[in-house]
Design a protein around this ligand. Structure first.
Ligand code: DAH
Length: 345
């Protein structure tokens, strides 16, 4: 009797091992038959009472073996079903289909404009000087020959640091001129791109932060003709070989003589449009010969050396180049705006 029961279990194990259901339904049938609540091993367990005591342990082990065989077979069947499903899916893949597009980032129009200006002056041998945005009164104003009572120092124009009359956010990149000259002797030939701050009401045309590029060249025998030639080369590289420039007399505390440079309107070829306000000219920068007092303030011998300097705002140029009509767009970082510059380099 015991022998027969043992044989029956052995037979079931053999069946399990040989079983090869090959679809989902057949695998489910296998599960029900060997592992379901009414599986065929269950009634055999009841037979244990017909097994002599000394064989009960062996019988228990054999039953375990059967259950484990069913479990591992079922796992194996299931995983081969899964990989068959995957393989079937792969059959549907179109390996020749184009890939998903990778969204390209874009450079900010200020960075693009700035980089363009930088690379033009680099070709002429100007080095790049980066300096601090938090400045002291000396480098921003006094060394630059801006008198104590100059309106630009007024609290309304300058952001002073809390409780300070000394430390401020630089109002122009001209402060870098002072920093460069106090630590270096001529020849000095630098451009200083960077951010500047002024206490202005924010509107479509002005902002409390913007960018400038400053230029400074100090050496023996630097003349106004050198300044004019440098700016002419810059204008032609920046706006096109056909543009003209004109220099209008102006005033800045740090240059003498001083001028403002206009370029013939590159939007309308000087025919007249709303960018140049129908004058044919657009104002681009301020410039002049470095005032000897500025050279002396910074420890440079003004008998031996002369220099020229210029400074330009970047936002206005970027706005003209890209047809942007509100300066605030340049500081909001709205992706819908920035996305339009994806192809700009
Ligand atoms: N610092 C002037 C400004 O912020 C711009 C400027 C004018 C810079 C003339 C110069 C210069 O170096 O020579 O408006």
């Amino acid at each position: 009797m015991a022998k027969e029961i043992f044989a029956k279990v052995e037979q079931i194990i053999e069946e399990i091992e040989k079983a090869a259901p090959n679809d989902k339904d057949a695998v489910e049938q296998f599960r029900i038959k060997y592992l379901g609540t009414k599986n065929i091993l269950k009634p055999l367990m009841g037979e244990i009472r017909n097994i002599p005591n000394e064989q009960k342990k062996d019988f228990g082990q054999l039953m375990n073996k059967a259950r484990q065989a069913a479990e591992s077979k079922f796992e194996q069947l299931q995983s081969s079903l899964d990989s068959a499903a995957e393989a079937a899916g792969a059959g549907d893949l179109d390996l020749t289909a184009p890939g998903d597009p990778i969204p390209l980032g874009s450079r900010h129009p200020i960075a693009t404009t700035m980089n363009r200006i930088i690379s033009i002056f680099e070709k002429m041998g100007f080095a790049i000087a980066s300096e601090r945005e938090i400045e002291d009164d000396w480098h921003n104003f006094t060394a630059m020959n801006t008198p104590e009572d100059h309106p630009a120092r007024d609290m309304q124009d300058t952001y002073y640091l809390k409780d300070s009359t000394e430390m401020l956010l630089r109002t122009h990149t001209s402060s870098v001129q002072a920093r460069m000259m106090e630590h270096n002797q001529p020849p000095i030939r630098i451009i200083a791109p960077g951010r500047v701050y002024r206490n202005e009401t924010i509107s479509a045309r002005s902002h409390c932060q913007f960018h400038q590029v400053e230029g400074l060249y100090v050496d023996e025998n630097v003349s106004f003709a050198d300044l004019r030639q440098t700016l002419m080369y810059f204008a032609k590289e920046m706006y096109g070989a056909d543009v003209n420039i004109r220099l209008r007399p102006s005033f800045f505390p740090f240059t003498e003589p001083s001028a403002e440079m206009d370029v013939s309107c590159f939007i309308c070829d000087a025919k007249g449009c709303n960018v140049c306000k129908y004058t044919g000219w657009v104002e681009v920068l301020g410039c002049g010969m470095v005032d000897p007092k500025v050279l002396e303030n910074c420890g440079i011998d003004s008998e031996k050396y002369t220099g020229f300097a210029f400074g330009m705002g970047i936002e206005r140029q970027a706005m003209m180049l890209y047809g942007i009509n509100d300066i605030r767009l340049l500081f909001e970082n709205d992706v819908r705006f920035l996305k339009q510059f994806t192809s700009a380099i």
